[in-house]
Unconditional design. Structure first.
Length: 160
């Protein structure tokens, strides 16, 4: 079942690259008492994700935070090393937190997995964005197929 507006984001453990290597971050602590702009991509270093999706949130970070967003999180079913390297490559700095859902635990719990096994890519995440307020989904922008039309930073900015 796919997560929907009003649902609590499930408890799961994500990984984020820290100065001493991958660090565990629980979704419960990530979302508690905050407004978080979360967006997910099918894969780090992939064309649309690298050329449009992540750069849009980096560019709009100040504007989103000016509208009440406490943190911006990029999520992908990749490992923390890949997400850390992608963040450096894209020069995200402290504008976007690069979170790894390496085993797709959170992605599956939210019903947002994408089967790319036929392409040799395994289980990935669907492309989406959501506004999470104190752990609950306030807005959900879920893409269909391979589209990139509603999960962008501009759409989210207009929803805040």
């Amino acid at each position: 079942m796919t997560i929907k507006v009003g649902d609590k984001v499930p408890s799961a453990s994500l990984k984020e690259m820290g100065p001493d290597g991958p660090q565990e971050v629980s979704t419960d602590e990530l979302f508690a008492g905050k407004t978080v702009a979360l967006f997910a991509v099918p894969g780090a270093f992939t064309p649309t994700c690298s050329a449009k999706h992540l750069p849009g949130f980096v560019e709009k970070a100040g504007a989103l935070k000016g509208k009440g967003v406490d943190e911006i999180v990029c999520l992908s079913v990749n490992d923390a090393f890949v997400m850390g390297a992608w963040g450096k490559d894209q020069k995200v700095g402290d504008k976007v937190r690069m979170m790894a859902d390496g085993s797709a635990d959170l992605t599956r719990k939210m019903g947002l997995e994408l089967d790319l096994n036929p392409m040799g890519l395994g289980t990935r995440s669907r492309r989406y964005s959501m506004v999470v307020k104190d752990g609950k989904v306030a807005k959900l922008n879920l893409e269909e197929g391979g589209a990139y039309a509603v999960s962008d930073a501009d759409t989210m900015f207009g929803q805040l």
